[in-house]
Design a protein around this ligand. Structure first.
Ligand code: NAP
Length: 333
């Protein structure tokens, strides 16, 4: 019996590769950098299923180029890179990698929150620049974290993991989702707030929503103006949930007092992004899930999803389960 054909769009950890190799005929773009788009599309055209990175656009152009593909396994929990309705309409299964990256991403959100609140990067730069003067009572004052109020916008898996860290810091926890999260309220004494109320009341505002039509540009000049002038804003979600030019102006005015972000409107963000010249901004280069164990777990889950889908077993974490079972181009399953 012929094996299903898979294309892997980037070099992935060996345990994940072995899962695919055991069940599929595969090709892989064996590099850390992305393949040129035309190569990616040509390689996908030969495949029944693809394992892709969140940086790959899976859209109408992809569907036109790769009509044989019946499964797209994304190595990421966010799938704003994929036109899910278009793929669903064509009977193409989409999977993502929830849960396995939750704790690592929450850890980074917490690192950013602490770094911005206590001026960690600014302090390091001051030492580097030889600008560390005498100790005095008002030198490099930051914001208290312990006992403060945190407001989480998008309190899902990652948001709840951030809330658990906040509990350990004796924080009051507010959250805003489209619906209530009774488990979060019961387990962590989190309190639901309307979006504007959360912004007004929080010392720390954390964005942890997916990027959707509703959340695109959610954090704009109006939102920042509602925050406290002592507030710290953290974005662990996607760059486009923030209007970056509005954040630049807001930080210059000091409301919020500081911000930190793992994600940017354009990635990699250019060196001359005005945010990077502000002392009250801390950035990291989209490394929320970047630990060896987490990346290996993500790749492994993506590989299992792909192999399951291509061998007739239910995928573990489907985004559009309604298309299951899928039918491969050779008629199997
Ligand atoms: P999740 O469990 O689905 O949580 C998302 C939460 O956002 C849900 O609680 C959802 O609640 C809420 N939400 C959705 N739309 C909303 C809206 N319009 N307004 C307010 N809340 C809304 O997802 P997750 O696993 O926590 O991941 C969240 C996102 O984090 C991903 O989609 C990804 O973009 C990002 N992420 C970033 C990194 C990184 O490296 N920086 C790593 C992993 C994930 P309701 O449905 O009730 O609204």
């Amino acid at each position: 019996m012929t094996k299903p054909r898979a294309f892997i769009s980037r070099r992935i950890p060996r345990p994940a590769l072995e899962i695919i190799a055991s069940a599929c005929d595969y090709t892989m773009w064996d590099d850390l950098m992305p393949a040129p788009r035309d190569h990616f599309l040509r390689a996908a055209a030969e495949a029944d299923g693809v394992l892709v990175m969140p940086t790959e656009r899976i859209d109408a152009e992809f569907l036109a180029a790769a009509p044989r593909v019946r499964a797209v396994a994304n190595m990421g929990v966010g799938y704003d890179n994929i036109d899910v309705p278009a793929l669903t309409a064509r009977g193409v299964l989409v999977t993502n990698t929830p849960d396995v990256l939750t704790e690592a991403t929450a850890d980074l959100a917490w690192a950013l929150l602490m770094a911005a609140a206590r001026r960690v990067v600014e302090g390091h730069k001051a030492i580097e620049a030889g600008a560390w003067g005498a100790w005095h009572p008002f030198y490099m004052l930051g914001q208290d974290v312990f006992g403060a109020t945190i407001g989480i916008v998008g309190a899902g898996r990652i948001g709840a993991a951030i809330a658990r860290r906040a509990r350990a810091f004796n924080m009051r926890i507010l959250y805003h989702n489209r619906g209530r999260a009774p488990q979060l309220e019961a387990a962590l004494l989190a309190e639901y707030r309307a979006f504007d109320d959360l912004l007004r009341e929080s010392d720390y505002v954390v964005a942890a929503t997916p990027l959707t039509a509703e959340t695109r540009g959610l954090f704009d000049a109006r939102a920042f103006a509602l925050m406290k002038d002592t507030a710290v804003f953290v974005n662990i979600s996607r760059g486009a949930v923030v209007k970056e030019e509005d954040l630049v102006e807001a930080l210059k005015r000091g409301r919020p007092w500081a911000a930190a972000s793992d994600v940017f409107a354009a990635e990699p963000t250019p060196r001359d992004n005005p945010l990077l010249s502000l002392p009250n901004f801390v950035g990291t280069p989209h490394i929320g899930s970047a630990t060896l164990r987490t990346r290996t777990d993500m790749a492994t889950l993506a590989a299992r999803n792909l192999v399951n889908a291509l061998t007739g077993q239910a995928p573990l974490t489907p985004v559009n389960p309604e298309v299951w079972p899928i039918k491969l181009a050779n008629g199997s399953r």
